[in-house]
Design a protein around this ligand. Structure first.
Ligand SMILES: NC(=O)c1ccc[n+]([C@@H]2O[C@H](COP(=O)([O-])OP(=O)(O)OC[C@H]3O[C@@H](n4cnc5c(N)ncnc54)[C@H](O)[C@@H]3O)[C@@H](O)[C@H]2O)c1
Length: 366
């Protein structure tokens, strides 16, 4: 199969779809890999490194999209990329279609095969979302601590406190992969941490593995309203797989929070946990609503592209190799994980939560 790796064009996105080691694996299996010039630069990989592993370097995205049977990317295609996609072409990337009806409709029109990293599932785990969630969870705590600083609109509270002075209160909504990683870092900083989830089993596990400065509380409207007045940093880490994030903090609820508190809404890529959240970029990561600082960067791992690209390729490579070896239909028929990943199939929407989120017709992949 001919595999194309375009350079990411989303603002401040420096990750790339494959590492040179990933290219090596495709080439070793007999595939052709085309890499756009300077695609790996932001992650610290030179064209020469890709060439040494057998990739061909092409100058423009047009050449890459035109010649490839499967495009391996990081983020969903942007306006400039959508017209380059061809009928029947496989797009293997994060799609996050539940967050955008417009993108969903435009990609359906292109009649591509859209295989979304975020819905590939193995034993109930979203294995290609997990590595980025680990990164994003760890970043969230650091960003929360950073924006608590007075010059950035925060309360001026030091996350870990100092001798004789309270440390910051972190409320983490959702105790999955991002949530536990955010909690581990916050606990390590010395903050007081509350993780709120709706899954009792998960909270039992969190109680077992997290340090003593972390506790778990059932997530519901009443409990969230009780926690918000004391929160210094609220981290939105909820996920309904493939669906829109539930709105757990309404605009009205901001008024019970203290000015200078920070909301880091990691779940913004699926719509966000707060009514007042809207996507931001690394260039302008924050804005304030009613005195509450909102950090809503939709591609947080992009800030640490080298670590993130290694982690991403580690997770996506086995499925990518299978799709390339067998073609997407056979790969999906043999692998339930890949079947779950197929969101779009030649003009049909084959991911039920996305169809429900947008009121569009769902077609069974089978
Ligand atoms: N912004 C970014 O750059 C970035 C990067 C990675 C992941 N994410 C996003 O972060 C979000 C979380 O991802 P994850 O990997 O941690 O998911 P996950 O499935 O591991 O965890 C989600 C958790 O949310 C819990 N949950 C569901 N409904 C809840 C509710 N009403 N209240 C409290 N908890 C609830 C679930 O029980 C689960 O434990 C997703 O939207 C994901 O797309 C964003």
């Amino acid at each position: 199969m001919v595999i194309g790796i375009p350079k990411e064009i989303k603002t401040a996105e420096n990750r790339v779809g494959l590492t040179p080691a990933g290219v090596h694996e495709f080439v070793k299996s007999g595939h052709t890999v085309l890499v756009e010039k300077k695609a790996g630069e932001g992650s610290g990989f030179s064209d020469t490194e890709f060439k040494n592993e057998g990739a061909k370097i092409l100058k423009t995205p047009e050449e890459i999209f035109n010649a490839s049977e499967m495009i391996i990317k990081v983020k969903e295609p942007l306006e400039r990329e959508i017209p380059l996609l061809k009928e029947g072409q496989i797009l293997y990337t994060y799609l996050h279609l539940a967050a955008s009806k417009d993108l969903t409709v435009k990609l359906l029109e292109r009649k591509i095969i859209g295989i979304a990293y975020e819905t590939i599932e193995v034993k109930g785990k979203l294995v290609c979302l997990e590595p980025m969630s680990e990164v994003a969870g760890k970043i969230a705590t650091i960003m929360g601590a950073y924006y608590l600083a007075k010059p950035y609109g925060g309360k001026g509270i030091l996350a870990g406190g100092v001798a004789g002075v309270h440390s910051a209160n972190y409320i983490i909504l959702g105790g999955g992969t991002t949530g536990i990683n955010a909690a581990k870092v916050a606990a390590g900083l010395g903050a007081r941490v509350v993780v709120m989830d709706i899954d009792l089993e998960r909270m039992r596990y969190l109680e077992d593995v997290l340090p003593k400065n972390c506790e778990t509380i059932m997530s519901n409207r009443i409990n969230i309203e009780k926690e918000l007045p004391d929160a210094d940093v609220v981290i939105g880490a909820v996920l309904i797989p493939g669906g829109r994030t539930p709105c757990l903090i309404t605009r009205k609820m901001l008024s019970i929070m203290k000015p200078g508190s920070v909301i880091v809404d990691i779940a913004i890529d699926q719509g966000g946990c707060a009514e007042t959240s809207h996507p931001t970029t690394h260039e302008e990561p924050v804005y304030a609503v009613d005195g509450i600082v909102h950090y809503c960067v939709a591609n947080m791992p992009g800030a640490y592209p080298r670590s993130s690209t290694f982690a991403l390729t580690n997770a996506t490579l086995p499925f990518g190799l299978k799709i390339a070896a067998l073609g997407w239909k056979k790969a999906a028929s043999e692998s339930a994980a890949i079947t779950k990943g197929v969101n779009l199939s030649g003009g049909k929407l084959t991911c039920e939560p996305v169809a429900m989120a947008h009121g569009l017709k769902y077609s069974k992949i089978e």
